[in-house]
Design a protein around this ligand. Structure first.
Ligand code: QAP
Ligand code: CO
Length: 166
């Protein structure tokens, strides 16, 4: 199956994704396709709804924190707890190509529960940037983009960006 990345303002990106009931070959193939797309487009994270599949599946690459490239797939990820706030930082998104904007409401530490590809329940603590990327990707599963989390001044800058890149 050929996938393409949906981009803003595609309304599909605003929908809530569905729980995955069974990790079958379809899901495993989807993870493979998503990994290829992410690596090819130099991304560090991708959520299934970004390629039009409204299922609770995200991938993140440990390249995000300067490690060797290692893709982690999380099925039905759920944030159990949060601690602290991460500093204001720029985020980007493959669904908002070319625009980077300041996000200030990310948490610093999260505890996440998810199913891995072997259908094992995992519970892990994440900190700093990897935590931020996972929060960004889980937002996609709830129909939220980082541009929904930027302040008024940044929104004006985004409007200008859209005008100049029509
Ligand atoms: C999420 O985003 C993220 O505009 C992952 O032209 C990113 O991989 C969370 C990308 C930063 C927190 C901070 C964006 C590639 C990749 C672009 C990405 C582009 C090419 C975005
Ligand atoms: Co994104």
């Amino acid at each position: 199956m050929e996938y393409k990345i949906l981009t803003y303002p595609d309304k599909e990106l605003k929908k809530v994704s569905a729980q995955i009931e069974k990790i079958d070959d379809e899901i495993l193939n989807l993870v493979k396709s998503m990994s290829e797309i992410m690596l090819k487009s130099n991304g560090i994270g991708l959520a299934a709804p970004q390629i039009g599949i409204k299922k609770k599946l995200i991938i993140v690459d440990e390249r995000a924190i300067g490690n060797e490239s290692k893709v982690i797939a999380m099925i039905n990820p759920q944030i159990l707890s949060y601690q602290g706030f991460y500093e204001e930082h720029d985020e980007g998104c493959l669904s908002v190509p070319g625009f980077y904007g300041k996000v200030s409401d990310r948490r610093r530490y999260i505890r996440v529960k998810y199913l891995d590809l072997e259908e094992q329940e995992q519970e892990i603590d994440l900190d700093n940037f990897l935590s931020v990327v996972v929060q960004h990707e889980i937002d996609h599963l709830n129909g939220i983009l980082f541009i929904d989390r930027i302040n008024f001044v940044e929104k004006l800058r985004f409007k200008k960006f859209l005008k100049e890149n029509k």
